[in-house]
Write a protein that binds this ligand. Sequence first.
Ligand code: AMP
Length: 181
Amino acid sequence: MTLNENDKKIILDSIRDIPDYPKPGIIFKDITTLLNNKDAFKLLMDHLELRYKDYNLDYIAGIDSRGFIFGAPLADRLGIGFVPVRKKGKLPSTTICEKYELEYGFDEVEIHLDAFNEQKDARVLLIDDLIATGGTAVASAKLVKDTKVDLVEVCFLMNLDFLKGVPKVEKIAPVYSVLEI
Ligand code: AMP
């Protein structure tokens, strides 16, 4: 179940491009103008609910931090639990972590060891706002799989296709992007 071209355009038009943020040469896709547009936000959430309502999911896992904004309300709409995948040092209980490479240096994402209530084979959807190089999503997908649950799909609102992140994630789980950029 994908979105029709007209609805895609409404959502895409609600996202603002900020050139040279956070550094020269990057065009930052600013979703704050989607979030404060009640019609565009509802259109997106209705679409995600319709797509995933028959996936028999048990949890949505959201990637820090914009994955939380879409993941938590989607979990609530589907009547299932929400699990945050966080940047290192933010989760208070026992965690497992995964390192990934940035342009300069490394970063780490973490998940609580008992995030999915030790429910082996729980059906999980992982979500974030945007995939660029795929580093964050690959590390997050590996973490989810390390907890032994079933990672059913990884969902992005936007795929920056030219950065070729999706094929890296597809080695771990199926990928769905609402908008191809
Ligand atoms: P990456 O690990 O390179 O796939 O980067 C993905 C993460 O960085 C996501 O959590 C995005 O929210 C953020 N990100 C990367 N590039 C952009 C961009 N051009 N606009 C907005 N967010 C971005």
